[in-house]
Design a protein around this ligand. Structure first.
Ligand code: HEM
Length: 414
């Protein structure tokens, strides 16, 4: 450890992963990091807490393929004594007893149950709910001539559909969505929101134990893995939160791309073929989960030319890996068309579980198609350079997506 404010010597010139630099042009920052450090860069989190950010595609894949070396549980972390009281990132490292921090056989058991429970959803029905929910949301603003597609649409649709998969009605799903946003934003009410979510899931689990229905919660509760309430309740919060937030940003970032990029202008007047292309391009260029926290080294190990010490925190630079020039040579010969080798859903045993990516794609595709059908002349209400990104190194999403359109009457969806 070097004298300067407890920062280790390996991190004396580290990039700070907070402040405005990540907001607008993260791609430039990744380029700079690659030039200075290569595929693994020393970084400082809020409060100057040291970590390693892996931005090489090969190196991120290596980390994800070796969970015995780059393990998930934060009990291994060697920097607990540096963490200040009320550290804003505490919820991201705290040892919550959910699937995210479980390892080995315990993780496999929980991941299998979640996959099975999600697989029980009929994907045609999911598409139907998504279309109906999108119609209802659009009914709420279509008679006006403007809307904020993030607040009024993208940040609501995934929660409503996921809530429906849990067997909840729209009102309950929206209350949960608000609590999830409060929890994820890590503000002063975050802990209260988390308690509310855990309490609500507890009630839901108790109800479904007594009376199962055709929903994800019932399938998890009655799964042969025989998950205990202490496992089920936090995992139900992870599925909702882990599903809602990135799906919101995927929808919002794709709408932004289609509204701002000439290549997609044709689709706004009806052609649907390029929606899939836009979804894919967003995963390459503006992926919702930019950086994922994280993994902890189980022993000293060399990675991308850096010595990672036992217990060091390793951050998965998913956006950095996607833009690694070794695999993505840039916009001129873009990788995006049809190539799905991005790491946006991670990889390996903790990757976003099957069929969650498919469900997210169904929700996002329905969200875009219904919007284009209902408001065919929708366009940005502000110049593109006035759109602001949320100030987060973790998630890539807009603060607001203001649009204007010719008002149309509501259709009164069920
Ligand atoms: C229906 C929507 C979704 C659901 C229900 C969902 C659910 C989950 C769950 C339960 C996990 C924990 C897996 C584990 O620790 O074993 C997870 C992880 C993850 N998900 Fe998703 N997810 C959804 C959509 C998305 C989207 C749209 C993205 C990004 C484009 C995404 C990216 C990730 C990433 C990066 C991880 C972390 C994997 C790791 O630790 O390596 N997810 N998701």
């Amino acid at each position: 450890m070097n004298a300067q404010r407890g920062i280790p010597s390996s991190h004396q010139n580290a990039f700070r992963l907070y402040g405005p630099q990540f907001q607008n042009k993260p791609a430039e920052l990744y380029r700079q990091m690659r030039t200075d450090y290569g595929p693994v860069a020393p970084v400082l989190l809020d409060g100057d807490i040291p970590a390693w950010l892996v931005i090489g595609y090969r190196e991120v894949t290596h980390v994800l393929n070796h969970p015995e070396t780059f393990a998930r549980s934060s009990r291994r972390w060697n920097a607990w004594d540096l963490v200040p009281e009320n550290w804003p990132l505490y919820p991201m490292v705290t040892r919550t007893p959910n699937i995210l921090y479980s390892e080995g056989e315990e993780h496999r058991r929980r991941a299998t149950a979640i996959s099975d429970a999600l697989s029980g959803a009929d994907q045609h029905e999911v598409r139907q709910y998504a279309v109906q929910a999108a119609d209802r949301l659009i009914d709420g603003f279509c008679a006006a001539s403007r809307a904020d597609l993030r607040a009024d649409y993208a940040s609501r649709l995934p929660a409503i559909v996921l809530g429906r998969l849990y067997g909840l009605d729209q009102k309950h799903a929206e209350v949960l969505a608000e609590a999830m946003t409060t929890m994820i934003d890590s503000g002063p009410d975050a802990v209260k929101a988390q308690q509310f979510l855990l309490q609500t899931m507890g009630t839901l689990v108790a109800e479904r134990r007594k009376q199962p229905g055709p929903d994800v919660v019932s399938r998890l509760v009655h799964h042969p893995a025989k998950l205990r309430d202490e496992e089920l309740i936090p995992d139900l919060v992870v599925i909702l939160g882990g599903g809602h937030q990135p799906t919101t940003e995927w929808l919002g970032n794709t709408l932004r791309l289609m509204l701002t990029d000439d290549r997609f202008a044709a689709s706004l007047t009806g052609a649907r073929s390029s929606v899939r292309e836009a979804l894919n391009e967003v995963l390459w260029e503006d992926t919702p989960t930019q950086i994922y926290l994280g993994r902890y080294a189980a022993h000293d190990v060399e990675l991308g030319g850096q010595l990672i010490r036992r217990g060091d925190l390793v951050l998965l630079g998913l956006a950095g890996a996607n833009s690694d020039p070794q695999i993505n040579p840039g916009p001129e010969c873009r990788m995006s068309q049809g190539n799905q080798a991005y790491l946006s859903f991670s990889h390996g045993e903790h990757r976003c579980p099957y069929p969650a990516p498919e469900l997210a794609e169904i929700i996002v595709t329905a969200g875009i198609e219904v919007l284009l059908d209902r408001l065919p002349d929708v366009e940005l209400a502000v110049p593109v350079d006035e759109l602001r990104w949320r100030p987060s190194p973790w998630m890539r999403g807009l603060v607001a997506l203001p649009v204007v359109f010719t008002p149309v009457p509501p259709i009164g969806g069920q």
